[in-house]
Write a protein that binds this ligand. Sequence first.
Ligand SMILES: NC(=O)c1ccc[n+]([C@@H]2O[C@H](COP(=O)([O-])OP(=O)(O)OC[C@H]3O[C@@H](n4cnc5c(N)ncnc54)[C@H](O)[C@@H]3O)[C@@H](O)[C@H]2O)c1
Length: 353
Amino acid sequence: MTNVEVKLNNPYSVVIGSDVLETLGERVRSVTKARKALIVTDSNVSALYLEGAKSSLRSAGFEVFDFVFEAGEKSKTPATYFDIINCLGENGFKRTDAVVALGGGVVGDIAGFAAATYMRGIDVIQVPTTLLAMIDSSVGGKTGVDLPFGKNLLGAFWQPKAVIADISTLETLPEREWKTGIGEGIKYACLVGGRILEILLDGVENNIEEFVQLCVEYKASVVVADEKEGGLRKLLNLGHTVGHAIEKQSDFEIPHGVAVARGVAIMAKAAYACGELGGNERDVILSLLTKYGIELPCESSDMAEGRNMSEAFAMDKKAEGNGDISAVVIRGLGKCEVSKMTIKQFVEYISKV
Ligand SMILES: NC(=O)c1ccc[n+]([C@@H]2O[C@H](COP(=O)([O-])OP(=O)(O)OC[C@H]3O[C@@H](n4cnc5c(N)ncnc54)[C@H](O)[C@@H]3O)[C@@H](O)[C@H]2O)c1
């Protein structure tokens, strides 16, 4: 078992290990004074882990409630968010009570946002059950829901009281969801290089706990340096501008992390085409997508669409008020930089591949 500290003003721990869910109740008890706990989860995760989580929380003295919504990005809406808020209100939750987000990134984002706003903010404990949520979304306090105009447009920064990542829950994760977690992992391999890259090249299944730990350590260091994404944290958006557009254009059929990995591949190809990235490093990045069965973006599909993505880029909340984009460009493995571009320049940049 590993503990990573996120050393913000209100610090919290990310606990990573096998079977830590068995001790969920006492772990939650140690970070909140709550009397009531609302477990927010989705229809797939509830079938697997809800009863265990409830009984562990009850044993630790909580009055436990649950809110289950239909699994998938399509539920990440203001309507689901309001349903959770109503559930908290109807069950008499007070300012001192807590939300437990049990599931993937969709659950974490929506439950985190409900906790951030109910009575101006109540405790939330993130219990990620997907690889993506463990290495990325559960840490750092970004919460929110999608609007018809784009992803995550309604949200808040709200740090959890703790993150409890039980890697044994990954055993039930479907293949498609592994891929999406790996997609975000490929992003970290480009940002950090080193051991994260080594583990991915070797086969992540051989070193999953260390992989989660290293990704969380990196994310925590960036979040601590730049909690509200004023500068450095923008690095974590590598692959996301194109990724979000790919995701949206597929009507969310292409999962988030897979879209991000394809966005990373496009950025790697573009950097190579501009002479900013060596051919070997570009090939290492592309080989990671192939190794994990993520389809490579190709000229005929993604890029043809890419040229028509200006509108999607403009709506992306990563675009600045003046329409500029903070593009994350790859200068080498472990050497990425934020570069300001207009949307026109960005479209030209990615059209070079
Ligand atoms: N807040 C952030 O910083 C941040 C960062 C990255 C991504 N995100 C968001 O995260 C979301 C994607 O997260 P995700 O990929 O975890 O998707 P998800 O939450 O939809 O989970 C994917 C699927 O896996 C199922 N599932 C979850 N855990 C399982 C388990 N252990 N066993 C079997 N099935 C399981 C879920 O029911 C769902 O069907 C997106 O909405 C994205 O915007 C947020």
